[in-house]
Design a binder for this molecule. Structure first.
Ligand SMILES: C[S@@+](CC[C@H](N)C(=O)[O-])C[C@H]1O[C@@H](n2cnc3c(N)ncnc32)[C@H](O)[C@@H]1O
Length: 327
């Protein structure tokens, strides 16, 4: 149910999921006819009830109304998730693998050992994210609510290599990108200028060029997502045997290339090809040359081409690149 006054930012937890329609229907029904009726049936009320029955909405209409309410409040989910990541709540609960359920005041104490902060508001955020399966809620014998991490929540805690999906979340919700999202509709009316440019007064490439912190975040977010993926891929794919030179188009930090080369010793030369700003912060990797350029203009030659999640333009432009790569 909504927590808040419903006028400004409020937190909308999700006890009434799309699967719990009967609860919603009763709630709505009560709203229409009032609780009094339910406790004191009378002839008039029974007539009203029959009228309502005739006009009662179908189950799919109920579901649709519930779904649109949930969508209208959807913003509260990523914003709350970003907030708990920034406050390092997942790490506080995880605490080296214990994942012991904690109350909101206990979590607050861990994230703010200096004191202060509002445990009630933290609990509201935790409850809302619990309804999206980030946290699990436990009740103590005295009725206190406690929170631990679910499998989804654990992805936000750095693993033994320092990898986490938290950076991916933060990268996608940084202020400059959020400003651009507000103008997404304008891409229909005026596709000549990208929303990022309109919102921030500079293009996305110039932004990453200028902001080292944003480049580092992008690199971390790619690594947090790509390393687990590449581990799986390389366990099941052996197509690089015997290949000497591989170019990774849109390789970012070059981490995928590094993993390919450590699994396949025949790959002695790796070319990490990415936009010039992206390779500015790329680390030195033995055997890997970082080459800056735009894949729409050229791609360095190699025995094999690797591409993963690399291009940010429309499908027809990307297919031009793919065709060129095979020529
Ligand atoms: C989503 S990241 C993927 C990084 C890496 N392939 C991975 O899977 O971890 C996209 C990368 O593509 C690069 N990229 C986008 N457009 C490009 C272009 N036209 N030419 C070269 N690289 C490009 C970006 O700079 C970014 O590093």
């Amino acid at each position: 149910m909504p927590i808040g006054d419903g006028m400004g930012p409020s937190i909308f937890s999700r006890p009434l999921s799309v699967n719990s329609i009967p609860v919603f229907s009763v709630w709505e029904y009560q709203k229409i006819i009032g609780n009094k009726f339910l406790s004191q049936p009378s002839t008039i009320n029974i007539k009203v009830m029959e009228m309502k029955k005739e006009n009662r909405s179908t189950e799919s209409e109920d579901k649709a109304r519930l779904a649109i309410l949930e969508l209208s409040h959807m913003m509260s989910v990523p914003m709350s998730l970003v907030a708990v990541i920034k406050m390092k709540v997942p790490e506080a609960i995880w605490e080296g693998g214990s994942n012991t359920p904690l109350t909101a005041p206990q979590i607050l104490h861990r994230i703010r050992p200096q004191g202060g902060g509002d445990a009630d508001n933290l609990q509201r955020i935790l409850r809302m994210l619990t309804s999206y399966n980030i946290f699990a809620e436990h009740f103590s014998q005295t009725g206190e609510r406690k929170y631990s991490l679910t499998h989804i929540g654990k992805t936000l805690v750095p693993d033994s290599q320092g990898l986490t999906y938290a950076s991916f979340m933060l990268q996608h919700h940084q202020e400059e990108l959020m400003r651009a999202w507000q103008l997404v509709g304008e891409t229909v009316e005026d596709p000549t200028t990208e929303p990022f440019m309109k919102a921030n007064g500079e293009g996305v490439l110039s932004y990453y060029n200028r902001r080292e912190d944003a480049r580092v975040l992008l690199g971390k977010s790619m690594q947090g997502m790509s390393i687990p993926f590449m581990r799986e891929l390389l366990e099941n794919y052996d197509g690089f045997h015997g290949v000497e030179t591989v170019v990774d188009v849109g390789g970012n930090t070059g981490i995928c290339l590094q993993m390919i080369m450590s699994k396949f010793p025949s790959v002695r030369n790796g070319i990490n090809f990415d936009l010039p700003h992206s390779i500015l912060s790329a680390p030195q990797i033995p055997g890997v040359t970082h080459v800056g350029g735009n894949a729409f203009d050229f791609v360095p030659e190699a025995d094999a081409i690797f591409m993963k999640g690399g291009l940010m333009k429309n499908a027809s432009k990307c297919s031009r690149i793919v065709i060129r790569l095979f020529q």
